[in-house]
Write a protein that binds this ligand. Structure first.
Ligand SMILES: [Cu+2]
Length: 124
């Protein structure tokens, strides 16, 4: 009984593991990523990026200010301005193969409230 319960718990944890709080569409690696920012999460247009140059379109769809910093292997590869509600910015970032890109909002308390996620990057 306890074993079965543990198995279910483990499956649940695995299911919501690295994909972050918002569901991400499955599909082939893409060279353009749209990021929607809300209180307090990132909504991504794709789950896997193509290594190389990637266009990132950041839109603040929320009602508070937000920003996004993109990091790969602990190095910053891109950063938006702090965007007011309705604000939008397009970034060109260079993405390396294989390692996930981590997205974080740097405004106080936002990452802790859930504004962090990651997106996979395909192998070369
Ligand atoms: Cu934020």
């Amino acid at each position: 009984m306890i074993r079965a319960l543990l198995a279910v718990l483990l499956l649940t944890l695995t299911a919501c593991g690295s994909a972050g709080p918002a569901p991400v569409p499955a599909g082939p690696p893409v060279g353009e990523l749209r990021i929607g920012m809300q209180e307090y999460r990132f909504q991504l247009s794709a789950g896997t990026l193509r290594p190389g140059p990637v266009t990132v379109v950041v839109t603040n769809a929320g009602s508070a200010a937000h920003d996004v910093v993109l990091e790969q292997d602990h190095a910053e590869i891109g950063r938006s301005r702090v965007l007011a509600p309705g604000g939008r910015q397009t970034l060109e970032v260079q993405v390396g193969p294989g390692a996930p890109v981590h997205l974080t909002c740097t405004l106080t308390g936002h990452a802790e409230a859930g504004m962090h996620t990651s997106v996979d990057v395909a192998a070369p």
